[in-house]
Write a protein that binds this ligand. Structure first.
Ligand code: NAI
Ligand code: MG
Length: 337
């Protein structure tokens, strides 16, 4: 029986890249059924809620989501739906692989994976204002929470990932020199977990130095693991090594549910123009296929992307080409056929 997945096309360019992705999944013969659901500003406009109950119920049934970008208003307004979904299903591991797709960029042959803790750290959202001298916003405070449980399961996930995918090295990036308690706990726990994986090389590095080394010599890294905010920042830096967010997939993995998403935003500047690059959502769908055991299908899609892009047969504008989303999609469907 085909696996049913919940699909949230999302906002801005979301529907365009989702349509392209589903067309390619069908052409590749993915054994999937699609339960289309609303989310984000689109949902707010249509059913007056950014994360409708029907969408949550669908995700509870299928336990697998494919999600386009969602517009999140900064400052005031509703909380990030991405964060809500991660919390709801305890999707603790954010998996962000980056791989060179378009040759001739800043670096060739990049192949790195960042594993980001997705539920703790500063992003728990425990923050408040402190009033003083009649100013209700004289100061503001955010709390960073690291638990032994959270640090242990993400460290283990990173080493298990390395083992399963034949990766040689895991690097923990941290700031235990300054944040001796929170970051120190993370480092201590990761150090213990590393002992269970003697065949995998292990190192820990200070986060700022890691950022510099990633730019100077990315080839010295393989799998990287870190807490939430550091992972947020460095995963975008790593996407930059391979040409930007248009190419980078993401998986959010929990014990019994998983969500795969485009890492870029809703790109309001190009929405509706038919020129968005669907590669981020499409390669996220490949991670989903891997996760569902449809590895062969995922590999066929990745090979089709490589052959179409490397031959320069079709490239979207952000890849330095002139193809529309539809032309790029058609070229991929053709390469699969
Ligand atoms: P963005 O990623 O939407 O756009 C940044 C730049 O990259 C723009 O010039 C855009 O045209 C380009 N771009 C992004 N994706 C592209 C694609 N697939 N093909 C071609 N070009 C692409 O970031 P921005 O403008 O900061 O955010 C817009 C909205 O998206 C905001 O409301 C933000 O909160 C939301 N957002 C949502 C995310 C998610 O749902 N995972 C992630 C990041 C931002
Ligand atoms: Mg981010």
């Amino acid at each position: 029986m085909a696996q049913t997945i919940t699909v949230i096309p999302g906002d801005g360019i979301g529907p365009e890249v989702t349509e392209a992705t589903l067309e390619i999944l069908r052409a590749a013969g993915a054994d999937l059924e699609y339960d289309m659901q609303l989310g984000g500003v689109t949902a707010l406009e249509q059913v007056k809620h950014p994360l409708p109950q029907e969408t949550i119920e669908s995700a509870e049934r299928t336990r697998v989501l494919l999600k386009g970008p969602l517009t999140t208003p900064s400052g005031s307004g509703f909380r990030s739906i991405n964060v809500e979904l991660r919390k709801l299903f305890d999707l603790y591991a954010n998996v962000r692989p980056v791989r060179t797709i378009v040759p001739g960029g800043r670096y060739e042959d990049i192949d790195l994976v960042l594993i980001r803790e997705n539920t703790e750290g500063l992003y728990v959202g425990v923050e408040h204002y402190i009033g003083m001298h009649g100013d209700p916003k004289a100061a503001a405070e955010s709390v960073m929470i690291i638990t032994r449980f959270g640090a242990e399961r993400i460290s283990r996930y990173a080493f298990e990932y390395a083992r399963k995918h034949g990766r040689k090295k895991v690097t923990l990036a941290h700031k235990a020199n300054i944040l001796k308690y929170t970051q120190g706990l993370f480092l201590d726990v990761a150090h213990e977990v590393a002992k269970d994986y003697p065949e995998i090389e292990w190192e820990d590095r200070i986060i700022d130095a890691t950022a510099m080394q990633l730019v100077l010599d990315p080839y010295r890294f393989d799998v990287l693991v870190m807490e939430n905010m550091f992972g947020d920042i460095l995963s975008d830096l790593m996407a930059g090594l391979v040409g930007g967010l248009g190419f980078a997939p993401a998986g959010n993995i929990g014990e019994d549910a998983a969500m795969f998403e485009a890492v870029h935003g809703s790109a309001p500047d190009i929405a509706g123009k038919g020129i968005a690059n669907p590669t981020s959502l499409l390669t996220s769908a490949c991670l989903m296929l891997d996760h569902l055991g449809q590895v062969e299908c995922a590999t066929r899609i990745r090979d089709a992307i490589d052959s179409v892009v490397q031959a320069g047969e079709a490239r979207t504008i952000d890849m330095g080409g002139r193809s529309t989303t539809r032309e790029f999609t058609a070229a991929l469907v053709n390469a699969l056929g």
